[in-house]
Design a protein around this ligand. Sequence first.
Ligand code: TYD
Length: 206
Amino acid sequence: MKRGFFISFEGVDGSGKSTQIDRLRAFLEDRGFDVLLTREPGGTDIGEKIRRIILDPANSEMTYMTEAFLYAASRSQHVSEVIAPAVAEGKIVICDRFVDSSVAYQGYGRQLGECVGRINEYAVDGHMPDITFFMKVKPDVGSDRISGRKPDRIEMENAEFYRRVYEGYEALASRSPDRIIGIDASGSVEEIENMIRVHVKRLVER
Ligand code: TYD
């Protein structure tokens, strides 16, 4: 059986990922592809339980290292239970956040540094996305967009944290230019959608 593809979406909170993910899914399904939509932290029963622990505002005593391990634990389960088997079956997996989130949020935002990448090598186990869309919305714009709802434990962080996260994504994008595509998300929803389609078409036609 032909191997499928693995696509991830990244960006700071409120960068418009979900809208684009839904549109890309519809676009691919209309063309007959078998699409599996998933997210991190979460994506499995165990992962969703871990997600609740991580994002619960009551867990204010959680150390940054514990947080990094929990995201990686959720990811490890996700890769072996869902992502790797689906790609092997020929599906197109679209994941809302993956390992780059850990490097950006825990590595840069929490300033844990390079150990985050190392921990995650075990979690990812070689199953890296074929392509990653980094939605380039500056953090202040993103936080305006989410200001209407109750913040989770990560979203309670300050502007300086989000600036570091954004810087982390930019560093990642320049380190992996073949995989990470920066999408200038200041355009209209349709313009952004079209940019994403161009890259995905190129990938699936390869
Ligand atoms: P979620 O509600 O999924 O955020 P969003 O809708 O913005 O994607 O919550 C996930 C939060 O967890 C988000 O603030 C980013 C953060 N996160 C990390 O800090 N590290 C990670 O490895 C992942 C996957 C997410």
